[in-house]
Design a protein around this ligand. Structure first.
Ligand code: G
Ligand code: G
Ligand code: MN
Length: 522
């Protein structure tokens, strides 16, 4: 994956991370309000049913008590007194009375005579109750009553028509009513009514559903042939969903931002150098350039230092950038291993044809601690058919810091026939006496000392001491970073055997190295 693709993916994912929770919040808001509305209408339907059940209970009780008097004249003074008493104790009945020939002859209010015609019953139910659903009485104009009369005895109960519907409503356009459960015939109700709402009940005791236009609850009485329904139009939903969304959307937005942030952090981590190094190793993005090492006496190329390069998305990353990262991330062993494989792969032929030519490979301090390092190297060299003497391993002072293990590995390497150099000498912090405890072959004089040659600075004397010391320790010297003829002359005059630097050649691809070598020998 290229860096650009990764950034685009991170951006798209980040945007999705912001948009998705908002959409989910909106959806939940709608869902939540449907559920909320279902709970609300179910509760209301239960209340309507309970009220209509209690009204029926009180009517039934009233009929039983009135019938029990077995009075010859139902409108006797004693009977009217009883009616009054029943009326007083029945919380939901407005009055009880006596019906004859479609007139309310008397009631708990007194004797009415001819004054209260109530018309014929709308229907007589299975238990012999004659229902008049909506009757207006002349003493209370504009108020509708339901009159239920016991057809056999003529006794009747009078309730406000809408008494069962007297439940607290949040909205005026909620429909509610009571129907005959067995037939679905409406008994009383307010607002829109659809027969299919009752049909949806089937054999169940109650049901609640959303038919796309209304949230509907229907509940059937356990005692009477009644069912109550409550239906809230869906228009509320969008409204309450909007209200809920106003709360949820910002929460979703914040969650989205957090998510987007996490995605970004993850993407950044994926784009981090260690992650890129890992994928670079997997995808063989590393290659090696070779910088010739020159014998000062003869000006001949006697070897070359392998310098790792990394081509990432078309550009070459410098090793001073990624080597420290690789060390930090614990990947340097794999980098070194890869360099060794690359060198073994391309340079084996050249090294067999030129037994005195050598290739230098840089080691990191971790390489000098790895117990399998010597065995791995031996295998790599054997598989490639390279003589160990063709190899120079360069380790910096830092590499020698863990003295005991690294000293043994250096010993094993040299026993194998490989040469070992101390690289960047003088730039570390090891004491000289400490370095003398290592058995080495070469000392590479760091460029910073070569740079001082010919300068007046006091440090320009240091290189003289380094040279003297290397000679005392019996180490051959390779001067690094030689850029001028004057530097080359000075080094040669002071007994430095080898040099490396732009004055001779820059690091180059292997093909160029072989071409130039063959030309010089040709
Ligand atoms: O020429 P160049 O920019 O490649 O060198 C930069 C630094 O990277 C030098 O200090 C060199 O020692 C180091 N270096 C180059 N190749 C390797 C390698 O394969 N392994 C290690 N550990 N260091 C390397
Ligand atoms: O492993 P070491 O630090 O020795 O690697 C040598 C480093 O110095 C590499 O980055 C290499 O490209 C660089 N180099 C080699 N010769 C010269 C030179 O003559 N001048 C400069 N400025 N850098 C050089
Ligand atoms: Mn080096």
């Amino acid at each position: 994956m290229s860096r650009r693709t990764a950034i685009v993916i991170a951006l798209v994912t980040g945007l999705a991370a912001i948009a998705l929770p908002i959409m989910v919040a909106l959806h939940l808001a709608r869902e939540g309000s449907v559920e909320e509305e279902m709970a609300r209408v179910a509760l209301l339907a239960g209340e309507v049913l309970q009220r209509s059940d209690r009204i029926s209970d009180q009517m039934g009780t009233a009929f039983i008590r009135l019938r029990a008097t077995e009075a010859a004249t139902p409108c006797s003074a004693e009977n009217i007194a009883l009616m009054r008493q029943i009326d007083m104790i029945s919380s939901l009945l407005q009055a009880v009375g006596y019906v004859d020939a479609d007139r309310l002859v008397c009631s708990s209010l007194g004797r009415h005579g001819e004054r209260f015609p109530i018309g014929p019953p709308d229907h007589v139910d299975a238990t012999g109750i004659a229902m008049r659903a909506s009757v207006e009485l002349s003493i209370t104009p504009g108020v509708a009553f339901t009159i239920a009369a016991d057809a056999a005895s003529g006794y009747a109960a009078i309730v406000h028509r809408d008494a069962p519907l007297d439940v607290p409503l949040r909205r005026p356009d909620v429909s509610l009513g009571v129907v005959t459960a067995s037939t679905g015939e409406p008994i009383l109700g307010r607002g829109e009514f659809r027969p299919e709402w009752i049909e949806a009940l089937g054999d169940a005791h109650d049901t609640v559903f959303f038919d796309g236009r209304h949230v509907v609850a229907v509940a059937r009485s356990r005692f009477y042939d009644h069912a109550a329904y409550v239906a809230a139009p869906a228009a509320y939903l969008t409204e309450s969903a909007r209200a809920l969304a106003m709360v949820l959307a910002p929460v979703g937005g914040i969650a989205g931002l957090l998510l987007a942030f996490a995605v970004f952090a993850l993407a950044r981590q994926q784009l981090s150098l260690p992650a890129m190094l890992r994928s670079g190793l997997r995808r063989n993005e590393f290659f090696v350039h070779y910088q010739p090492i020159v014998e000062l006496e003869t000006a001949r190329w006697v070897g070359a230092e392998a310098l790792v390069r990394w081509r990432r998305d078309g550009e070459t990353v410098r090793p001073d950038l990624f080597i420290p990262e690789a060390e930090e991330a614990g990947l340097i062993r794999r980098v070194t291993q890869r360099v060794m494989e690359l060198v073994a792969g391309e340079a084996a032929g050249l090294l067999r044809r030129n037994p005195h030519f050598h290739i230098g490979i840089n080691l990191s301090s971790e390489d000098l601690q790895a117990p399998d390092m010597v065995d791995n190297l031996r295998d790599t060299l054997r598989d490639a058919g390279i003589a160990p003497a063709s190899l120079l391993l360069e380790a910096t002072e830092r590499g020698f810091l863990k003295a005991d293990s690294s000293r043994q590995i250096v010993r094993d390497l040299r026993a194998l026939g490989v040469s070992v150099a101390i690289d960047d000498f003088g730039t570390g912090y090891s004491s000289l006496s400490y370095l003398t405890t290592f058995e080495l072959d070469y000392l590479k004089i760091d460029k910073s000392f070569v740079d001082t040659i010919g300068q007046e600075a006091a440090t320009s004397q240091v290189i003289v001491h380094i040279i003297a010391m290397a000679r005392a320790l019996g180490l051959a010297m390779i001067a690094e970073g030689v850029e001028t003829e004057a530097q080359a002359r000075f080094l040669k005059e002071n007994g430095v055997q080898y040099a490396q630097g732009w004055f001779y050649a820059r690091p180059m691809p292997f093909a160029e190295l072989t071409r130039l070598l063959e030309e010089s020998e040709g």
